[in-house]
Design a protein around this ligand. Structure first.
Ligand SMILES: O=C(O)CCC(=O)C(=O)O
Ligand SMILES: [Fe+2]
Length: 296
């Protein structure tokens, strides 16, 4: 395989069967694909990136008012440790959800209309569905996503996302040697199958390892923004494939197990690499900031 397939959603109603066949083929062979003609206006995507830029430009103390709450919502910076590196990703993120966001929306004083603007874009997506660092630093270290389907928006030319096809079973940590670049284009939505859907399909649909590398050679050293929409199974839903290859598991238990496995693997690899601070970092990945501890 030499490229990530692109699937066009134009004339959706008339082409439903063709699109379905293309999606099945991409999801079983590669686990990654990009969507073109997806119907979200380019201006709305640009507006979402502008909102993102406005938020991340705030001082860390301001962003920390809505810090990660231990439930996958809120702001974090340099805290995500991947089992493949044992070192914190060099990035910050703002994780938004449709529910359970009490106290986690930036205020209108800090970013005018943040909640309305972000929610509008989340619904639109739902409607479709620096510096020189050492060798062990990644914008995002190699990992597979825990969810059903991830939909990722990138900006033109802000590359570095790479995919490694070839995972065999959902609990297999093996990675191949060949990494395929995913072109950074603002008019495409990058989609990848996550672990929940891999398990739900008895490993037929592939959740693949992917990573974001730092700029190399002559590539621009500026910031890279991306917006990821993680579709997870509802907490109470039972996940089991038609062939019953794996026992049934609830969506919530699947995520809890995946997070626990991630922490164990991160700590193990960090110990192995003798990165003295990394184990400490690994145990603090899902930190609860002091000001939210009382409420948690
Ligand atoms: O930064 C990116 O574009 C990808 C991040 C990613 O793979 C993730 O957060 O799961
Ligand atoms: Fe990911």
């Amino acid at each position: 395989m030499s490229a990530i397939p692109t699937i066009s959603l134009h004339d959706f109603d008339a082409r439903r069967q063709v699109i379905l066949a293309e999606l099945m083929s991409a999801a079983t062979d590669v686990g990654f694909f990009t969507l073109s003609n997806h119907g979200i206006p380019q201006d709305d995507i640009a507006a979402a990136f502008e909102l993102s830029r406005t938020f991340f430009a705030l001082d860390d103390e301001v962003k920390a008012k809505t810090a990660l709450n231990g439930k996958n919502a809120g702001w974090e910076k340099n805290t995500q440790v991947r089992p493949s590196t044992g070192t914190a990703d060099q990035k910050e993120s703002m994780q938004l959800q449709f529910a359970r966001m009490e106290g986690l929306w930036p205020s209108d004083t800090d970013v005018e209309g943040f909640q309305d603007r972000a929610s509008k874009f989340m619904h639109q997506v739902q409607d479709v569905e620096g510096k020189s660092f050492g060798a062990n630093f990644w914008r995002a270290g190699a990992h597979a996503d825990f969810d059903i389907l991830t939909m990722l928006f990138q900006r033109d030319g802000e590359g570095g996302l790479e995919v490694c096809p070839g995972r065999v079973v959902v609990d297999d940590y093996g990675m191949g040697a060949d990494w395929l670049p995913v072109e950074a284009r603002s008019d495409r939505i990058v989609c990848n199958i996550g672990d929940q859907l891999m398990r739900w399909s008895d490993d037929r649909l592939k959740s693949t390892y992917h990573r974001v590398r730092l700029p190399e050679g002559d590539e621009p050293r500026g910031p890279r923004y991306s917006i990821a929409f993680f579709n997870q199974a509802r907490g109470g839903v039972l996940i089991q494939g038609p062939q019953k290859k794996y026992p049934a598991i609830t969506g919530a238990q699947f995520i809890a197990d995946a997070l626990a496995r991630n922490r164990m693997q991160s700590a193990a690899i960090a110990a192995q690499a003798r990165l003295v601070d990394a184990e400490k970092v690994a145990t603090e990945v899902h930190f609860v900031p002091a000001h939210l501890k009382a409420a948690a």
